[in-house]
Design a protein around this ligand. Structure first.
Ligand code: NAP
Ligand code: G4F
Length: 365
């Protein structure tokens, strides 16, 4: 099988590449040109393209331009496309709404048009988001109305309906995975969970005294990212294209995450956390909580890891990356309970940071 991943350098894209490679796929990823290395999360699966049998290939492209996408589709001829690329930060989308619409909304149109014009037969996955539900009360499922509360959420709603439209209009096997928040040691450092766990490691090292946060009362349905890329794959293996909500069905506040993470290393969060209005959004999504019944029934997908386990995995990883000796419960959880394709060795962020993507950049230029 041959797959194309947009957003392959991101949290989900890098885990998905690992999953697909472990299942024998040939994996192609689209990366954008940057002045510094942006392929660090892919280093654990790097293969020298000069070696026979290499199955991971990267191509330059940008979602803000349809320029090369059709010829990329035509030449690669992927049997599955996972469209994960986006400006994915909700708060940032208030600062750059036009760019967010271009990348996160129109980017999907450009990929879908490239599929149509290249004439290839493929399956398409759109990375839709629980942020689309906005102010619709929980629990949220496939029938819940979209009431987005951010430029990001609105752009994702547009991309959602484009995906549905191409399914109906052109018979494309196009699916939406409506994923609730999912986190990991590879989560970007400005999302709240990773901001908290990396701050804890820095506080323990003595490099940081305070952690500034915004709204502590917002509630999210947080899961573990590697389990969510398994759901993406399952969605494209069904007989019929369809849309699915993916989440744990449990919700916790930012305050609860903070207390759990600090408590795990024996610290009282109230001594370190301070409020900064800079991190408050003009409009907030108060509570997200999935009703994942359809995914459980039709995909047989059910997350294995719990909220306290997720917190432990992330804190352990940030402690290890900072050169500290981790508490160890998170490492144990992954070693004992997770699938073969994903172990502690490849979830560690320091492995990622130390190589800084050098290998890939050399090969791609
Ligand atoms: P992420 O870590 O922010 O990764 C985003 C990816 O998109 C990166 O590879 C980034 O490239 C790429 N990208 C951004 N702008 C681009 C452009 N103009 N052209 C080409 N590529 C571009 O996001 P994630 O957490 O892995 O999420 C993956 C997808 O799922 C996103 O679409 C996100 O909106 C959606 N989603 C995420 C969650 C979640 O909780 N994580 C939940 C629901 C939906 P660089 O590395 O060069 O920046
Ligand atoms: O971690 P966050 O920035 O994630 P958010 O906004 O829920 O978006 C993430 O999940 C979506 C799925 O629902 C994805 F589609 C999206 O791409 C992204 O992955 O913020 C979570 C909550 C918010 O309510 C925010 O107001 O944490 C609150 N928060 C409080 N203090 C903070 C902070 N968020 C950030 N980023 N930084 C803070 O200091």
């Amino acid at each position: 099988m041959r797959a194309l991943i947009t957003g392959v350098t991101g949290q989900d894209g890098s885990y998905l590449a690992e999953l697909l490679l472990s299942r024998g796929y040939e994996v192609h990823g689209i990366i954008r040109r940057a002045s510094s290395f942006n392929t660090a999360r892919l280093d654990p699966v790097y293969e020298d393209p000069h070696k026979p049998g290499t199955r991971l290939f990267l191509h330059y492209g940008d979602l803000t331009s349809g320029e090369q996408l059709t010829s990329l589709m035509y030449n690669i001829r992927p049997e599955e496309i996972y469209h994960l690329g986006a400006q994915s930060h909700v708060k940032v989308s208030f600062d750059i709404p036009e760019y967010t619409g271009d990348t996160t909304g129109l980017g999907t149109t450009r990929i879908l048009e490239a599929v149509r014009h290249s004439g290839i037969k493929t399956r398409f996955y759109q990375a839709s988001s629980s942020e689309m539900f906005g102010s619709s009360p929980p629990p949220q499922n496939e029938k819940t109305p979209f009431r987005p509360r951010s430029p990001y959420g609105a752009a994702k709603v547009y991309a959602y309906w484009l995906t549905v439209n191409y399914r109906q209009a052109y018979g494309l096997f196009a699916c939406n995975g409506i994923l609730f928040n999912h986190e990991s040691p590879r989560r970007g450092g400005t999302f709240v969970t990773r901001k908290i766990t990396s701050a804890i490691a820095q506080i323990l090292c003595g490099n940081q005294k305070k952690l500034f946060l915004g709204n502590l009362d917002a509630k999210r349905d947080w899961g573990y990212a590697p389990e969510y890329v398994e759901a993406m794959w399952l969605i494209l293996q069904q007989e019929q294209p369809d849309d699915y909500v993916i989440g744990t069905g449990e919700t916790h506040s930012v305050k609860e995450f903070t207390a759990e993470a600090f408590g795990y290393v024996g610290l009282d969060w109230r001594e370190y956390v301070e409020f900064d209005s800079k991190y408050v959004r003009p409009t907030e999504v108060d509570t997200l909580c999935a009703d994942p019944a359809k995914a459980r029934k039709q995909l047989s997908w059910k997350p294995k890891l719990t909220f306290p386990e997720l917190v432990r995995i992330m804190v352990d990883a940030d402690m290890e990356a900072a050169g500290l000796c981790p508490v160890g419960e998170g490492i144990q959880i992954l070693q004992v309970r997770f699938s073969d394709w994903h172990r502690w060795r490849i979830s560690r962020l320091d492995a990622v940071q130390s190589h800084e993507g050098v290998a890939f950049e050399k090969e791609c230029a």
